[in-house]
Design a protein around this ligand. Sequence first.
Ligand SMILES: Cc1cc2nc3c(=O)[nH]c(=O)nc-3n(C[C@H](O)[C@H](O)[C@H](O)COP(=O)(O)O)c2cc1C
Length: 208
Amino acid sequence: MNVIESLKWRSAIKKFDPDRKVSHADIEQLIKAANLAATSGGLQPFKMVVVAEGELKSQLAQHTFGQPQVKDASHLLVFTVETDISANTVDAYIKRAAEVRGQGKESLIGYSNSMKNYISSMDTDARMAWGKNQAYIALGTVLTVAAEMRIDTCPMEGFDAIQFQQILGLKSIMPVLILPIGYRSEHDVHSKEAKIRKKREDFVLELK
Ligand SMILES: Cc1cc2nc3c(=O)[nH]c(=O)nc-3n(C[C@H](O)[C@H](O)[C@H](O)COP(=O)(O)O)c2cc1C
């Protein structure tokens, strides 16, 4: 399938078909896609929360400022960022790197120190903003993969993060983005409209 055609097909769905569910296998593919996304230093300072149809999803749907997507979608992905991005984030990466590549931790000390220095150069707000940037890359990756699979999504910042954190009982992670997943209703209007994007000449600055 041509990826540009998939990107033209995808649309931020406002009205999902509440009767169509995404299969477990397809949800697994989307989780894999998010986990394979690039992140700064490979540190992945975030976690995905997957909420399937049920009481929890209904409760969360009440905190999206009247937007209906969460209620009607098949599943909800909640992108969360670690609230304490620190040397521990680097240590977790080094432990995993040693596991995956069979490398001794000593050979990773240089890398570990440089990443710890980088993190300690940021204040709390900057660390959160940096973590959030990484989550947005994963979001973009999932949007593209879902479109290739002809699964519908709607990236959303329009939700109450504190309420979501409480309802989901999250400790040490904060929701930053949500992504309802499902299939568009035949009554969805937005997906039938032409995409509004900048003209190429207004978007690209080509230099020689
Ligand atoms: C980070 C982000 C947050 C968004 N938040 C919302 C939202 O809360 N509600 C909504 O209906 N659409 C939301 N959108 C969808 C955008 O409005 C949509 O992507 C844009 O209008 C372009 O339309 P298209 O994606 O269908 O091409 C969001 C998109 C992004 C990338």
